[in-house]
Design a protein around this ligand. Structure first.
Ligand code: COA
Ligand code: ZN
Length: 302
């Protein structure tokens, strides 16, 4: 069995999470949320997004938030960048890591970033080469890799082809996203060996939303293939406003509970993640969906 002994968790709450809420979270609260997450042992906290504020108004304060978060040594704080303007803003804010994002579904790419997949790769070719020349670390996302919200068919071959193009333009890590939470483990079994060949396990991340309750099963399947980088979100926040029906990322607490129970190390303190989730729960207008978070909150002391 290839199962890894150590897993790196990439925290999505402040970006994938807060981009999709109903209430406008203040910059103060965003900063506090990131700072709490920085204290948990996480080595990757996606901090915010330098996309068009018309597309994602909730993260229009990205520059202020990024400037004010406490950058803990050893923690990477990538920011989402859709184009040259986003890179310019990220650089001005002092970011040293970015994430670019395209999709496996043409229909989703068009709605989310108003570009065809081909156009997005051409845009990112320039963005990534400039970022790399400036010493930045770059992640590339392939969204809607397990299914599209718009009914177009997404094949594993198409996913692998887009992932390869992101590798070829210089991305350091590729995250394959189940943006709408439709994936099942047999898809993981089919796709991961293909991706491992093209991307390499050392830079392959998987990003599951838990819309239909299959995220942990998918992570378990991926672990059997040796995948050791997973995205998740404290409390289970998350979703994309351009992907109808999408709900939150798999909860960081849920992933930690499962991995630690399997004696797989993460270096992340579940109790501290829960504290960050508790904080943000107090700011939002709904309960958090992470099951492990809920169980901890309900547990009565023995
Ligand atoms: N930051 C700030 N403003 C930006 C921007 C950026 N990165 N990119 C574009 N803009 C502004 C332009 O200056 C322009 O402003 P104006 O109307 O005042 O002149 C406006 O946005 C439109 O710019 P344009 O280049 O024509 O973009 P577009 O309308 O085709 O939109 C994207 C393309 C990529 C900018 C937009 O679709 C986007 O930001 N999408 C992100 C969606 C997202 O984050 N989804 C969730 C993550 S999965
Ligand atoms: Zn996501």
């Amino acid at each position: 069995m290839n199962r890894p002994k150590y897993v790196r968790i990439c925290e999505m709450g402040p970006r994938d999470g807060l981009q999709n809420e109903r209430v406008l979270v203040s910059a103060d609260d965003k900063v506090r949320y990131v700072d709490l997450l920085s204290e948990t042992g996480l080595s990757y906290v996606e901090a915010t997004s330098f996309v068009s504020p018309k597309a994602i108004p909730l993260l229009a304060d990205a520059a202020e938030v990024f400037a004010r978060i406490r950058k803990r040594p050893g923690v990477r704080y990538p920011v989402l960048v859709p184009n040259a303007k986003g890179l310019e803003r990220a650089r001005a804010a002092g970011a040293d890591a970015i994430a670019v994002f395209t999709a496996a579904s043409e229909a989703f790419s068009k709605r989310n970033i108003n570009m065809t997949i081909d156009d997005s790769i051409e845009t990112f070719r320039g963005v990534v080469s400039e970022a790399k020349a400036g010493g930045m670390w770059v992640r590339g996302y392939v969204s809607t890799a397990f299914g599209s919200p718009f009914g177009d068919v997404v094949t594993p071959r198409a996913v692998v082809a887009v992932a390869k193009r992101l590798v070829d333009i210089g991305c350091d890590e590729i995250s394959i996203g189940d943006t709408i939470g439709v994936g099942v483990p047999s898809q993981v079994d089919e796709m991961v060996p293909m991706l491992a060949k093209v991307v390499g396990l050392e830079r392959l991340a998987l990003h599951f939303h838990d819309t239909r309750g299959t995220a942990l099963a998918n992570i378990y399947a991926a672990l059997q293939h040796g995948v050791f980088i997973f995205d998740s979100s404290a409390g289970g926040l998350g979703g994309c406003p351009y992907a109808p029906g999408a709900t939150g990322n798999v909860g960081t607490e849920d992933v930690l509970y499962m991995l630690h129970g399997m004696a797989i190390e993460t270096g992340v303190d579940l109790v501290k993640v829960r504290a960050a989730s508790r904080f943000i729960a107090g700011v939002l207008d709904h309960e958090l969906t992470s099951k492990a978070f809920q169980a901890l909150e309900k547990a009565v002391a023995p």
